[in-house]
Design a protein around this ligand. Sequence first.
Ligand code: 5GP
Length: 123
Amino acid sequence: MAATYDPNNIFARILRGEIPCRKVFENEHALAFNDINPQTPTHILVIPKGAYVDMDDFTAKASDAEVAGLFKAVGEVARQAGVVENGYRTLSNCGRDAHQEVPHLHIHIFAGRDLGGMIGRAK
Ligand code: 5GP
């Protein structure tokens, strides 16, 4: 069953301007800002401005314009950050098994060093 959106999650509060962020990009449908606890030299989060819990919620309910706006923002952020030449990784955790911490869809952009293999082997 899809999770209910919590309007007081930390990214909703950033979108409302109640909590500061280090913004790097914004378009009509998306906002991008630096992760507060970066895992790589470049670690940016790109989020939709609409209230979507995760990738499942977003791809089921968002308009075509919102989907385009979010994914175009990801590419634009990477170009502006200057990470295209050496490469970067996008990642979006969805739900329990992926250990999603913040229940507002976010796409991580990791870059700035060799990122290693794609995923650790789990049990
Ligand atoms: P998740 O595990 O949900 O995929 O990732 C959540 C990310 O949000 C983490 O990388 C964490 O560091 C980041 N984060 C959590 N709280 C804040 C915050 O208040 N501001 C910013 N900029 N990032 C946050």
